[in-house]
Write a protein that binds this ligand. Sequence first.
Ligand code: ZN
Length: 203
Amino acid sequence: MKIICIGRNYAEHAKELGNEIPDEPVIFMKPKSAVLQPNNPFYYPEFTNELHYECELVLRVSKNGRYIQERNAGNYYNAITVGIDFTARDIQENCKKKGLPWEKAKSFDNSAVVGKWVDLTPEINKKNISFHFNKNGETVQKGNSENMIFSFNSIIAHVSKYFSINIGDLIFTGTPAGVGETIVGDKLEAFLEGSSLLQLEIK
Ligand code: ZN
């Protein structure tokens, strides 16, 4: 099982970090060990002084494939939730400056948090799924799949040119504007279409 993540998939977020709007999806990965297991606590990592939350829509892969056509890509995932792509922003900035890979900043243990899964039924319009994210009860991020630069299906078509996707893989589809710092004691909560699917306290 692997976790495929898309960076800079919302124009407003790319701008807030001073990045260009990409002309193809920015891809990075997290290993299986990055998943925070249900009911486990999240501890602030000791190696960073600037931990950021990035709330994202997350897809669960339901079929194995590679070289998937965009028009067929909808058959390859069957569940969605909200998740947090935890990022050690100080380390990431340092890596970016030096042109180094991001794994230390993005792929550490428990850096991938996922909420309760929702089945993607045909009635759900995948191009209009809203989500939001609260820090200590205040909404700090708001997004909708309609504002993604690369749609779910185009992400899968692009990613599967390079990597096979397999049942159980997760795809983090990028974060909207409003990313920011989180500290010990913060209570984080993520919502899909208004339903709370993820609650987490930073310990
Ligand atoms: Zn992200």
